[in-house]
Design a protein around this ligand. Sequence first.
Ligand code: GDP
Ligand code: MN
Length: 380
Amino acid sequence: MDLYEHMGKDLFRAHAIATPHGIVATSPEEAATATAELGGRSVVKVQVQVGGRGKGGGVVLVDSPERAAEEAARMLGSDFKEHEVTQVLVEELLPIAREFYTSIMLDRSTGGYLAMMTAEGGVDIETLAVERPEALRRVGIDPALGLRPWHVRELTATLPPDAREGAGEVLRKVWDLLGARDLTLVEVNPLVQLEDGAVVALDAKVTVDDNALFRHPDLEVLSAQFPIDPVEARAREADLQYVKLDGEVGIIGNGAGLVMSTLDVVAQAGGRAANFLDVGGGASAEKMATSLQVVLSDPAVRCVFINIFGGITRCDVVAAGILGALDRVEARVPLVVRLDGTNAAEGRRILGEAAHPRIVPVATMDDAAAEAARLAGAAA
Ligand code: GDP
Ligand code: MN
């Protein structure tokens, strides 16, 4: 779960990491009042689960409550990079002398953490890593050992000498915060040094490990503030495991393992999966109809591959379920159906007799994947 900046900064404050004083506003009036409270000047920032706000007009410095209200009115009425803006953060303006960058994230490839720091903050870190890798310090941290003094010295070494102490302090506190709240990412871009020398976190990008949310009820409740994707919400309501992906072949299967291998065979056949969807057991007409609605609501889908292996679930019931679903849902694309396992012959016979114009029955998983990839490609 990616937190809004103001939520991340609340965690920072709770761990004594210095960050600007800010007030969340959900209306232009609130933004004006907040700016007046902060001394008549402020920075107004959209709260969205996506970065690059500075360049995209999502961060604006204002010099009066009226200007703050204008900017808030513009931001709150709009989308930022297709993310609905429902909150803005109104912050005190600080006298910034220099901008740095730091982050600590879970590194799945090593089973440890990766800490990074550079004196060149405020920039796009991916670009810096490619163009001037020597400017970016990267240190692997063994979770059993933790963040040690030599890590801190290595990371802060390229910073101006008078900023190293303060930046090191932020690193140590970020490390503690990461462990205490089960975070997989904390990124501070920029970490700034003020004119008086103090080091302050000006931005906060924080990701919480969803699997650990049960240990942090105060974080779990925050998820209610994020806009939910209507398709994913629908799938969740129907108790379907759905994950949106980037491709064109819609996938419906029963059992997480089978759906994972379906994604693989589709990729092998040169297709790109549009989603992961596990209908679970049963695969009744009801569930199949909802699954098809969910998958077909993605405009990128050009073909659907329904891959069912009958165990306790019987293929004849699934076949009837698919036909029943097509009475309620209009299939705007071809449906490649592969049935195998319990009562597969009966299931195929039912589909064969129905001779639905959109259904393409295929006997094996590999052939079905190839057919689905071909149909999706032909439609493109
Ligand atoms: P992002 O672009 O989404 O990462 O948003 P940031 O929170 O990093 O803000 C973008 C930029 O706005 C920062 O790099 C700063 O240069 C500028 N900025 C934000 N707050 C202040 C502030 O209080 N004072 C000044 N002078 N600049 C600020
Ligand atoms: Mn930033």
